[in-house]
Every structure is written in structure tokens, then in C-alpha cells.
Design a protein around this ligand. Structure first.
Ligand SMILES: Cc1ncc(COP(=O)(O)O)c(C=O)c1O
Length: 401
């Protein structure tokens, strides 16, 4: 109590105040209410597909549940690290040392968010995290919660939603401790070329900036290809300064399992290994064994690609037939469409009235304004029906064209 008898304010982290709530909380509330109703909703808003996790992965989990389950280690099970290294070799033709260059994580989100804790000297001169907007929030938030600062780069359709480090002032590079890339990209589905990635690796190395490449969608692309490249493809077998983030969430339909991996510079991986036991984020070992089974098998990822492609074609055809301009949308399970009239929020709200839920682009940052993101989550028939309902709303003049 203070002298006046009033209760003193309880402590709070000012970062929470700065972040505020979700930018489109009211929209989210409406969408949530709609999902709770018994009538059908066409929900393209959440990047969490509903295709079942392959049976062999579920069985691997069941088989691995022991009578006594003890604490997992931060380094993860050797069989899981070997399976991740095996996938890296099959997918990219790159050999990585499972003991020193691979770190399992509980999904890629927590690994991304926690990374600054091992890299950032909050009292030093390199406190900034460079990241592209529209983009995934943990790049910024992980830096802020660790005592660092955010350096947002606004991405544009005209440059393919690519974050080009070479275009930044040298001061910005010199005050950064990490630069985040994310190709294939959420929310736009844009992909990068190998030569673009090579340029980014070179700039980051020249300036001593760690390059964090979030490649959680690297195995989600149209089956006819091309396969999106990784920074591992262009690093000349040298991992220095690189941390690459992978995930089973999208590749294997395992969002609920929380399984990811960080592959990269052994010095940086060693730092993460020292830091991470302080958090306690290791996945349970029976989950790690299911993850090992998933990383060791590629057929199911190919099956998922075919499913997403069928849905992608339905929605791309719809957009083309209605003159909706699509940008990016080359990989991931997202389509990124420009909203006629430019008011993404109003457009999404009108779609809500027709029980179609899409994400307004401004939810992903100011440069997402004027766009909407469709996550290809409804099944094929759901996509077809949603397209019919959406088209009828356009015909009825309820949506701008
Ligand atoms: C760009 C990006 N990175 C990382 C993640 C986190 O995925 P997970 O933690 O499930 O591996 C997501 C999830 O949607 C994402 O979109």
C-alpha cells in the first residue's frame, strides 16, 4: 500500500503495452462467433490445415509413448537429429552434422521467438532485428521481448515481396543483430530465387548480421515445381552466420505436435543449446520419435502438395474469372489477392456476411493493406462452394469490382 492507502500498480512489461492487442481484434471476434455457429463457414483465415496427420506418424507417436516419460533434453534425441539431417540431405543435397548443426525445436515459432535470447546484447550497439512486412510477427516480437528493437522493411508487390538487404542503408545493417527472411513467404506465398538468396547471404555475412531464414513452407509448393530454394542451397557448404528454420507443421500436417528444427552455423547452434535449457521447450520424446518418422518419409509431403494444388487451382481460377489480381501465391498454401477498391477490411467483413472468412492483409502489417490472404484450409468441395458464394456476392453488387 502507498501512504495514501492506494494499491501501487503491479509490474508490467512495457513491451506488452507497446504491442497492444491484435490489430483486427473486432474482426477476429466476429470470425470466432461465426465458427461457433452450426451453419457451414468457409474458413480461409487460419494457416492450420485440417488434412489428417498421416497414419504412420500417429502410429509412431503411439508406439513411442513409454511407461515413464522423462524430461527431454535441449539437444533432442540423436535419432531425431539424424532424421532431420537425412531430410536436409535428400531435399537440398547438403550434408549437415546432426550433432553440431541441427537443433530440434518445439515448432519453428518458439525457436524463432527465442533466438534473440542467445544472440542479442541488449546493452550493445547491435540491437535491431530486420524483418519484412507484411510478415510473421515473432521476428519482431522475439527481438522486442529480448530487449532489442525492430527494424521493419516494407515489402511491395512490385519487387515480388522480397526483402533486399543490399537496398538498406549501411547504418541499418550495422545496427542489426539478425535479419529475417521468409521464403516461401507468409502471407503472400511469394518465393525467392537462389540468386536472390545468395545475395542476401553475402550481404549478411559482409555486415556480421546473422541471417535467420524461416523456411517452414519449403516443402509446400505446386507439385509440378519448381522446388523453392533454401539458403542452404546457396551457402557453398558453409553455414557461418546462418540459422535456417524448418517445421513439420506444414510439411507433414503436424501443427499440434509442435515439431521444428533449426539448422545452421555450429557456433550459433551451440549458443542456442546453452540458452534453451533455461526455457524448457524441448518436445516430449515420444513426439520427437513421431517427428523422426515424419522427417524420414517424403511421400506424404508430396500427397499434401497434390491436395493443396487442387484447392489452389479452384481458387486461382475463381480469382482469374472475377478479375481479382493475385500476387506472390507461388508456394505455401496461401493465396494473396488484391482487393478492388483497396479496403481489405471492408471486403473481408462483407465476405464474413456470406460466411467466408479470409484474413485482411492489414492484419499482417501496414503494407498488407489492400490485400487479403486466403489459407487453403476448406476442403476441395468447400473451396468450390465458397467460390460460388463469393461470385454471387460480386454479381449482387455487394463487393467492389
Ligand atoms: C512464416 C511462419 N513461420 C513460422 C511459423 C510457425 O510454425 P510452427 O511453429 O508451427 O512450426 C508459421 C506458422 O504459421 C509461419 O507462418
Amino acid at each position: 500500500m502507498t501512504a495514501s492507502g492506494a494499491r501501487p500498480p503491479l509490474p508490467t512489461n512495457p513491451v506488452l503495452q507497446e504491442l497492444g492487442g491484435y490489430p483486427l481484434a473486432a474482426f477476429q471476434d466476429m470470425a470466432r462467433a461465426m465458427r461457433a455457429q452450426p451453419e457451414v463457414v468457409y474458413d480461409f483465415s487460419i494457416g492450420d490445415p485440417v488434412e489428417p496427420t498421416p497414419a504412420f506418424i500417429r502410429q509412431a507417436l503411439i508406439d513411442a509413448v513409454p511407461a515413464v516419460s522423462q524430461y527431454p533434453t535441449a539437444a533432442g534425441l540423436p535419432e531425431l537429429r539424424a532424421a532431420i539431417a537425412g531430410w536436409v540431405h535428400r531435399r537440398f543435397g547438403v550434408t549437415v552434422d546432426p550433432d553440431t548443426e541441427v537443433l530440434p525445436s518445439a515448432g519453428s515459432k518458439e525457436a524463432i521467438f527465442h533466438t534473440p535470447l542467445a544472440l542479442l546484447d541488449a546493452a550493445g550497439s547491435r540491437r535491431h532485428a530486420i524483418w519484412g512486412s507484411p510478415g510473421y510477427q515473432p521476428y519482431e516480437r522475439g527481438a522486442l521481448f529480448a530487449g532489442g528493437a525492430s527494424d521493419r522493411v516494407d515489402l511491395r508487390a512490385e519487387t515480388g515481396w522480397l526483402l533486399d538487404l543490399a537496398e538498406l542503408d549501411i547504418d541499418r545493417l550495422d545496427r542489426a543483430f539478425i535479419a529475417w527472411l521468409n521464403y516461401p513467404h507468409n502471407p503472400t506465398g511469394a518465393t525467392a530465387t537462389a540468386s536472390y538468396l545468395a545475395d542476401q547471404v553475402a550481404v549478411a555475412r559482409r555486415h556480421g548480421v546473422v541471417l535467420g531464414s524461416d523456411e517452414c513452407y519449403i516443402d509446400v509448393y505446386p507439385p509440378q515445381g519448381p522446388q523453392p530454394p533454401s539458403v542452404l542451397d546457396v551457402a557453398d557448404g558453409r553455414l557461418d552466420g546462418l540459422l535456417v528454420y524448418f517445421s513439420l507443421s506444414k510439411r507433414s500436417g503436424m501443427t499440434g505436435y509442435r515439431c521444428g528444427a533449426v539448422v545452421g552455423d555450429p557456433t550459433l547452434i551451440a549458443q542456442q543449446r546453452i540458452m534453451r535449457p533455461n526455457i524448457g521447450t524441448g518436445s516430449p520424446e515420444f513426439v520427437q520419435l513421431a517427428a523422426a518418422a515424419a522427417w524420414a518419409e517424403d511421400g506424404h509431403a508430396a500427397d499434401r502438395r497434390r491436395i493443396f494444388q487442387a484447392k489452389r487451382e479452384v481458387m486461382l481460377d475463381f480469382c482469374a474469372s472475377r478479375g481479382l489480381v493475385v500476387s506472390g501465391s507461388e508456394a505455401t498454401f496461401y493465396l494473396w489477392a488484391q482487393v478492388p477498391g483497396g479496403d481489405d477490411r471492408a471486403y473481408a467483413e462483407t465476405l464474413l456476411e456470406h460466411r467466408i472468412i479470409v484474413s485482411p492483409g492489414s492484419a499482417f502489417g501496414p503494407s498488407g493493406r489492400g490485400w487479403i490472404r486466403l489459407a487453403l484450409v476448406p476442403d476441395l468441395e468447400g473451396c468450390r462452394r465458397a467460390a460460388a458464394v463469393w461470385g454471387a456476392a460480386i454479381d449482387a453488387g455487394e463487393l467492389p469490382t
